[in-house]
Design a protein around this ligand. Structure first.
Ligand code: HEC
Length: 275
């Protein structure tokens, strides 16, 4: 009797555990996904040991973003050191205010008037990769499109109605929403054809396309630029991340060896009991 009760409780606990996981996973889905009109966010995989990528990201950030967005939980000297940029080169090329010292926080170059200019103060981005996610940032910065009904003439599929202008427009070029004819897919998964064997197409809208010749960078170059920029924001969100992950492997390795030794020791002691 007690045994079966115990079993039942265990089963119920397990069931509620599964249900909790199911509901937690569904919170995002219920809101239509974090990337809104863009659909699923593009996947982003950081590479925090790629110093060149991080250095390029830092340079892009300071040149194009730092004017509005501070990184007030980071210090100049720490960024230079972590990204392996010699301090003199770093300060000469990336720090425009010559009164800044390596130990200073990156408090931004914006005056307090910014709320009046944008309606919203540009948020500090030190932790943005932690609360928005790297997939979100990577998609957001590539999802601007021309929309003459908006204040800056642009809108964003990931963050509809964003108060941030498209500051990288000259690099990316003029991106627009276009319609394309796409093949109609039949129930069996193949393309639908008419009696003459021609593919039946349907007009679908909402595709992002850059007008050729309007940007300084090609699509691949622009994607790399945003990759490096996002990679840098992931680094800034947790400067110790690369080290932490490396140490994590050592710890797992240590536990494997330790378990092996402990089990050998256990076997050795156990011999005495069996006598
Ligand atoms: C001209 C000022 C300006 C510049 C330059 C600028 N931004 Fe912004 N940014 C804003 C404003 C204003 C917002 C707030 C938008 C809103 O909430 O509607 C914002 C929001 C964001 C957000 C969303 C943050 C959040 O918490 O919702 C990200 C990410 C971001 N910016 C990244 C960048 C990056 C990366 C650059 C450099 C390529 C950049 N921004 C350059 C003004 C700027």
């Amino acid at each position: 009797m007690i045994k079966s009760l115990c079993k039942r409780t265990r089963f119920l606990t397990f069931l509620s555990f599964l249900l909790t996981i199911f509901f937690i996973n569904n919170i995002d889905a219920a809101e239509g996904g974090p990337c809104k009109d863009y659909g699923d966010c593009d996947k982003f995989k950081y590479s925090l040991n790629d110093m060149e990528s991080l250095q390029r990201g830092a340079s892009t950030y300071i040149n194009y973003c730092y004017g509005c967005h501070s990184l007030k939980y980071s210090r100049w000297g720490r960024v230079a050191k972590d990204l392996q940029i010699p301090e003199d080169i770093f300060f000469e090329n990336l720090v425009f205010d010559k009164s800044i010292k390596p130990g200073d926080l990156m408090t931004g170059a914006m005056s307090d008037n910014s709320v009046n200019w944008f309606g919203v103060a540009p948020p500090d981005l030190t932790l943005v990769s932690r609360y928005k996610g790297d997939d979100w940032i990577y998609s957001y910065l590539r999802a601007y499109y021309e929309d003459s009904s908006k204040q800056y003439g642009v809108n964003n599929l990931v963050y509809p109605g964003t108060a941030m202008p498209n500051v990288l427009l000259s690099l990316q070029g003029n991106q627009r929403l276009v319609c394309k004819s796409v093949p109609v897919i039949a129930n069996n998964g193949g393309e639908k054809r008419d009696e003459n064997g021609n593919t039946i197409t349907n007009e679908k809208c909402g595709f992002l396309e850059v007008q050729e010749g309007t940007g300084e960078l090609t699509k691949e170059e622009f994607d790399t630029l945003i990759y490096d920029l996002t990679n840098f924001l992931v680094y800034v969100g947790e400067p110790i991340k690369a080290t932490r992950e490396r140490i994590g492997w050592y710890v797992v390795f240590y536990f494997l060896i330790f378990t092996a030794l402990a089990s050998l020791l256990y076997r050795e002691y156990h011999k005495d009991y069996l006598k």
